[in-house]
Design a protein around this ligand. Sequence first.
Ligand code: PLP
Length: 457
Amino acid sequence: MPENKIWSDEELLSSGLLHRSLKVAPHMVKNATGSYIHLQDGRSILDACGGAAVISVGHGNTEVVDAMTEQLREVAYIHTSDFTTSASERLANVLLQNYRDKISKVYFVNSGSEANEAAIKMAIQYFYEQGKKNKTQFISRKQSYHGNCLGGMSLSGHIARRQPFEGIIGSNFHQVSPAYEYRYKNSYESTESYVEELAKELEDKIVELGPDNVACFFAETIVGATTGCVTAPAGYFKKIKAVCEKYDVLLVLDEIMCGSGRTGSFFAWEDEGIVPDITTAGKALSGGYCPLSAVYLNHKVVDTLASGSAAFNCGHTYQGFALSSAAGLAVREIIDRDNLLQNVRVMGTHLEKSLKQALLSSNIVGDIRGRGLFWGIEFVADKATKKPFIPSARVGYEIQKRIFARNLAVYPGFGTFDGLSGDHILIAPTFNVTEAQIDVIVQTTAEVILLFEKQFH
Ligand code: PLP
């Protein structure tokens, strides 16, 4: 083939030269509107996951596109050391309204991974500026995911994603047990005593490492990609926060996936009755229109930095990118104007009830859990013992593929490859999803799962 040939989409699709695929060719998208992705082969896919819980006000929203276009006409790029834009300041203002007593500042970057790298550095800087230069150890949880860059990956307990890189993962990163009631709470145990145990494990780990060495405890408020929408047991975060405070350890909550309204509150921690020191958020924040993530810092952290070096020791060329801010602002204005958090709560309740009802008789659905429009279905080979399927069977992926064949997109998960947790699929539709769309999502998902278990179980 000549190097300078202009290829048709069909030729590109069959060429094996697609830009990031080594094995399976992805589907070529023509366009996307509302809850649907329209493919070039004529099919329309009902998007029940928004990729990995990204889409919040639907695809193809012209109000967001117009706001972004207008921003581009005004100014495309400025460097945040000398300049700011109305879009970034207005976005910060709207995000912090109602939370000003809890959050002092918000720092905008692009990906969730960048946000967590920034959180790691800001936690270290917070102690460094107080002269506590040894506080550089981090504690996170097994079966977690905090990003693809080295800091986030070092925090992550996602075995498959970190395995090839174990050799370069720093020794400052330590992990404790996940808060995963379905899998790890013994049946004779109360939730209260399970939570006590987890808090004690964290406390023991801090004491073992030495409180003067530990900077922060990092956790997803609701665990996303690794185990599929696992909510913490009641009272867990209150106990954890108390342990952190006792030892001068910062609590960082990663809400890249579960935050920005996905659970029906802007911060998932609002339902836990605590406020973390640092929160990271992304994905739904700009709803897929432009890369945007945020690091929210409480007053304690900001005041310490302000009275120390008076600078964030962190910087990216595209941080505070005006176009991303304009997208985030337009998304948030739509969420507020159309009362979409209320829709998240109402449709979330409908989704939960319908899924539980439709899959009641399934022999391979071990657990259905989540909050708002963020739900995970965990598959098990044996419901009584909760024994997971063997990872090589890739049950989550197989079920997702069969659901996709019926023109519905859900997000697959493979357990954690440790034989201790199961495959799952994740459902996270757009915040303005309708009841009729939820019904299609549930009916299709349930039909495929029930048929799958009849054929293969
Ligand atoms: N943290 C969590 C909880 C995530 O789910 C993700 C992505 O899925 C990340 C961090 C990394 O975000 P990104 O892929 O935008 O870098």
